[in-house]
Design a protein around this ligand. Structure first.
Ligand code: SF4
Ligand code: SF4
Length: 105
């Protein structure tokens, strides 16, 4: 199993999650982060750290977000060279607060 990042992260990129990950397995593009499925050790530390509830254990991803399980895998296994390993908190995207409100969070 692994944890996965769903669409709530898109246009937020708060990056609180990377601060608590013991194995630095978050990778990002300009819109969001993804979890590397082979590096994640399923510790669960990141799930409560995300201010927009974007992180779930693979088995608990809401049905309408299940496509993101494969997207996290494809991004980290096939396109890792195009992603940045994000290990320190950085400023969220300018759209983050608006997206958070839209999510009702
Ligand atoms: S804390 Fe949540 S919104 Fe922020 S980068 Fe991590 S998964 Fe995305
Ligand atoms: S579950 Fe643990 S190892 Fe996996 S991404 Fe979250 S903090 Fe990192």
């Amino acid at each position: 199993m692994t944890y996965t990042v769903i669409s709530n992260c898109q246009d937020c990129r708060f990056t609180d999650c990377v601060e608590v990950c013991p194995v630095d397995c978050f990778y990002g593009d300009e819109r969001m982060l993804y979890i590397h499925p082979d590096e994640c050790i399923d510790c669960g530390a990141c799930e409560p750290a995300c201010p927009v509830e974007a992180i779930f254990p693979e088995a608990d991803v809401p049905e309408e977000e299940e496509a993101w399980i494969q997207i996290n895998k494809d991004k980290c296994l096939e396109e890792l060279d195009s992603l940045e390993n994000v290990t320190e908190k950085v400023d969220p995207l300018p759209t983050a607060e608006e997206k958070k409100s839209r999510l009702g969070l």
